[in-house]
Design a protein around this ligand. Sequence first.
Ligand SMILES: C=C(OP(=O)(O)O)C(=O)O
Ligand SMILES: [Mg+2]
Length: 553
Amino acid sequence: MNLRGVGVSPGIGHGPSYVLTVSVPEPPEGATYTGEAEQEKERAMAALTQVAGELEARGNQAGGEAEEILKAQALMAEDPGLVVKVRSLIDRGLAAPRAVFEAFTKYRTVLRGSGGYLGERAGDLGDIRDRVIALLTGQAMPGLPVAPAEPYVLVARDLAPADTALLSRDDVVAFVTEEGGPTSHTAIMARSMGVPAVVACPGATRIPPGVQVMVDGTSGDVRVEPAESDVADAVGAATARQAALASWTGPGATADGHPVPLLANVGGPAELDAAVAAGAEGIGLYRTEFLFLDRPEPPSAEEQERAYRAALEAFPGGKVVVRTLDGGADKPLAFLPSAAEPNPALGERGLRRFARFPEVMDVQLRAVAAAGGAAVMAPMVATAEEAAWFARECHDKGLDEVGVMIEIPSAALRAGNLLTMVDFVSIGTNDLSQYTFAADRQLGAVSAMHDPWQPALLDLVAITAGAAARAGKPCGICGEAAADPALACVLAGLGVSSLSMAPSALAAVRAGLAAHTMEQCLAAAEAARTGSSAADAKAAARAQLPGLDRLGL
Ligand SMILES: C=C(OP(=O)(O)O)C(=O)O
Ligand SMILES: [Mg+2]
C-alpha cells in the first residue's frame, strides 16, 4: 500500500505503525455478563491495575511535570471509592466494561465537586476509563503507547497540542496524519522535533497497526511494508544529503556576503539546545503559549522569567524575540478561556484576548523585562491602533524593542501604519495564508491553499517588506515559509531582513542562500511574482536558482 500526502518535515523515518485511537465507544447500557460475579470483578480489577501500572511507568519515564500528572492519573485508576463502585455494579449484574464506564462517570462528578488539584484533573478520567474499557473489550488502546518496545511511526487523524505534549524524539520516528496542512500544529511540532512528517494523507488511518511503514517527509510518500532494500537506499540518500548540508556553517548570508540572519523558532527551554547546535544566530519566534499548555492557572511571573532568561543565556549577544501568548484557535489555553465562538480563528485570539485578560499580559511583559529585556512581539494584530496599544503596554514595563506579527492581510496592506508604532515586524506566513485564502490551517482538505509559494502570499510579503524598508525598520519572517531553501532565497530577494525557522531546517536554508548571490535572489523573487499559481511561481523562481539542484534541495 502506497499513500501520498504533503511532506512537511524532511527526512526518512521508518518503523512499525502505531495508529492513534482517540476514543473507545461507550459499552451498551445494561450490558450483562455470563459466568461468575467474582471472575468478572477480577477481570475489572486486573484491567484497572494494569492501566495504573502503565501510567505510573510512563510517568517515571517522562519525569518533570508530566510525571506528576501521570502519577495522579495512576492513583485515580485505583482509587478505593472507584474500585468499590465497580465491584458493586458488577454485583448488580453489569458487565465489567459497563460497570467501569458508569463508575468513572459517577467518580468524575464527585471529583469535580471536590475542587483542588484532583478536581482540576477530573477531565483526565475519560482517558483512563477508555484505556480500561479498551483492555476489557480487546480494542485498540486509545492515546499514546505506554513504554513502547521500539520507536514507532505515529499515525493519526490529526494531533492536538495535548496529544503531543508528552511525545519524545526517542519514541517517534515519523508522523503521518490524515488531516492538517503544512502550517498545522502537527507540522510545526514535527519540524521542531526534527522528525519526518507527512500530513493531509488520505487513507492514513487505514494503515494496519504494527506493520512496517516508511515515511518520506520531503516527497510526502508513505509506503506500507516497503522492501528492506528500498528502506536502506532511502536512508542512505537522506544521510548523505544531510552530511553535505552540514558542511555549510557560519551566519546566514548570500554567496556575495549579503547577511540574512538565520534564527530559530522555539516553544520552550527544551528546544534551546537544538537551536544552538544547529547554528541559529538567535531566536526569531519564541512561541510562549507552548510553555503553558494544559495548565488551569496562568504561569507565574517567576516561572516565565526563568524560561525567558534561559533563552537569553542560550544566545548571549544574539537576538531573542519573545512572542506574547497566542491563545485561542489552534492553541487553546485553559487559563485564557474563550467565549463560545462559532469561528475561533476569527475570534478573540492572540493580542485580542489580552483585552479581556489585561493582567495576564501585564505579568508576561513584566517577566520578559525582568529576564533581561528580550525583544517582544504580539500575535494577531490587525490595526495600527492595536499595535499602538501593545507598544504603550510594553514601554510602560520598560521594554524598548517592540514589534508585531504580520499575519492578517489588513496588517500587511497597512504595514507602514503599524510600523510608525513599533520597532520591527515579523511576518507569520502560516496565519497570513490562513487569513488570505480563508482556509483553515488545521484542515487537510484545504492544505493546497497553504502552499507558501502562492503568489498572493508573496505579494503581501513584498508589500510588508517594502513598507519596512521605507521605514528603515527590520522585517523578519517566522512562518513555516522560511524553512524552504528556495523560498528563503525568494524572501531575501523580496527584502526580508531575517528568517526564523525550526532548527532542523537551518542547514538546508543556510546552504541554499550561500549558493546564490543577492542578484540571483532578486531575480528569483521577481520571477516568482510573475507566476499565476503556486506551481508556476516555484518553477519560475527555481529556474533562477541553479545552485539548489546541485545541493539536492
Ligand atoms: C509563525 C506563526 O505563528 P503560529 O504558527 O504560532 O501561529 C505564523 O502564523 O506564521
Ligand atoms: Mg500565527
